[in-house]
Design a protein around this ligand. Sequence first.
Ligand code: 0PR
Length: 394
Amino acid sequence: MNEQGLSEKEIFSYLEDVKSEDTDYYRVLSSMCTQPHRIAVEAHRLFIEANLGDLGLFAGAYRLEKEVIQMLGELLHFQYVEIPSGESCKSSVCGYLTTGGTESNIQAIRSMKNLVTEGGKRAGDVLNIVVPESAHFSFDKVANMMGIEVKRALLDSEFRVDIESVESLIDANTIGLVGIAGNTEFGQVDPIEELSKLALENELFLHVDAAFGGFVIPFLEKPYFFDFKVPGVTSIAIDPHKMGLSTIPSGALLFKSPFFMDSLKVNTPYLTTKSQFTLTGTRSGASAAATYAVMKYLGREGYRRNVQYCMQLTAKLVKEARELGFEPLIEPVMNVVALRVPNPDLVREQLLTKFSWNVSITRSPRSLRLVLMPHNTAHDIEEFLQDLRKITAE
Ligand code: 0PR
């Protein structure tokens, strides 16, 4: 650090230079995040100093967090049950705003583990969870942090988890299952109802990772049962900072009842509140305000329009790619397309170096992965396909 402070002008001219190295999402087809909505940005600024790690000092931001959890609970069909003695929540749904899908997934599994090992039970057992092969790498962090074995079940030909494979992996040390509603690479939705049956039969928890799909699936024309309507689902991860158009960091973890969240409690003797069930201590109240504002501003209608727009781009991309001879691996379920092209790694590199397109690659099989977000336009898609054709014709 320099001894004497620099001038505001010097600092901001440097920051602006550096910012030019960042993307403004132009020609980005690889991201599940996007420009936050203007309303979210304004609300974020208004609550910039709010710390949800000390709820007593920031009662207003905390109220917004609770309202967001309530709205998300309604979106995800929680069953309302009044809990008179519940400490952390008044109604049956409860949860909190996390930094994103990674934290939500870690905490969901931590809650399973705490409930199963309460009072020193199962000491010495290596507990496990069964996740789809397509699970996000945040579950590798779970394994590493919590000493839980993460078993990966096979996928079917449509990249949904294969139920027989899940069943074959369940053993006496299995504590929970994970289903993904909108997997990262293909945008596919696992058969959550079948996972729910397995979970109920085997008395297991069922966490649904809807980090991406949570703000997409409820607004699709074709309904999928993936949320608290499905009886065995015990927790859901949903990220406002992805298709929810809020600011980063905005994730959310919802539990079916306070029973699950209470298992995460740690005493906080010197704070304005007695305990904390979050993973991080200091937490952004600005994110809560941003998410509250954009959800209120857009309403279901606004999110439906957003999803319709992205799905129209997706349909256009698939139709025009087919005309050029490129088939998608599956008929897209949401705004994620995995496109079969010859030599995808080379094509990806050339798209970037020659035409500044950012795309990503699926692991198995390797294909071009394209996420169609609100920052993309129909014109982008036409240009992208022209560039893809030039590269593959060489
Ligand atoms: N679960 C699912 C299904 C996800 O797709 C992701 C992230 C997570 C959990 C983890 O969420 P956080 O990253 O918020 O903790 N999926 C994207 C991915 O890994 C994240 C992303 C977003 C990556 C924008 C790049 C990017 O530019 O691809």
